[in-house]
Structure formats: C-alpha cells, structure tokens
Design a protein around this ligand. Structure first.
Ligand SMILES: [Cu+2]
Length: 133
C-alpha cells in the first residue's frame, strides 16, 4: 500500500505539469502607436472550433481605453495545398476590455491582427502569433 501511494505521488508529480501545460493561458502585449494592445485567452493553445479571446487596450498613461472599435483579422497564411484562411470579426466591449470568438477550422500557426480605432484617430494595429492544436 505504501509503495502504491509513493508511485501515485510520483505519477502525479510527473503528469500534473503536462496537464496544466495544456490549459495554461496565453497573454501577449504589443505597442501600437501610443497604445498598448494585449491579447489573451484562458485556454491555450487554441482548439479547433470556438475560442473566446480578450483584447485589452491601454493608453500611454496605462488607462484602459473602452471607447474604441476593435476589429480582429485572424488568418492562417497560405501553406502548400491550402489557400489562405481569413476571418474578420469585431470584438465587443466587456468591462474594461473587448471580447471576441475565433472559430478556428484548422490546427497550426495562426496570426491575429488586432486593429483599434478611436474617434478622430487613425487605426492602430498589432499582430500576434497564436497556435491551434
Ligand atoms: Cu493551414
């Protein structure tokens, strides 16, 4: 019994990081003109199907920008035997941030170009690399 428990503990120690690695989130921040754009997702890598992502926008003073129009272009560049896959969606305000759903049809490397427009300003954009498995 004691031997079995020890084996179970060792197995848990070896397996837990692998399991948590699969559910660890993603967060990346990029500068775009005077703004900081942060893309995050709770479950990463993305999966085939629907994924809920969050965009945060902060101004030069670090204050959340909540009055912007946030468009997301997510795409998989052309690969041998596959035409490029392109999707556009508008993120909707959610608290101090914006949320959108990305429906991913294929595993692999994707890019998300996030464009932020504020009244009277040209759009600022940043591109993020995201993986789907
Ligand atoms: Cu592809």
């Amino acid at each position: 019994m004691r031997r079995f428990s020890f084996a179970a503990v060792v197995a848990a120690i070896l397996v837990l990081p692998l399991v948590s690695g699969c559910t660890k989130g993603y967060e990346s921040q990029k500068s775009a003109d005077n703004l900081k754009i942060t893309l995050s997702v709770g479950r990463y890598p993305l999966v085939k199907g629907d994924n809920a992502l969050i965009v945060k926008v902060n101004d030069a003073a670090g204050k959340p920008v909540t009055d912007a129009t946030v468009n997301v272009h997510y795409f998989m560049p052309a690969m041998p035997g596959m035409a490029p896959m392109d999707f556009n969606t508008q993120a909707v305000p959610k608290g101090d941030a914006y949320s959108f759903s990305a429906n991913i049809p294929m595993e692999g490397g994707w890019k998300a170009e996030v464009s932020v427009s504020r009244a009277g300003n040209p759009a600022s954009s940043a591109t993020f690399n995201i993986d789907a498995r």
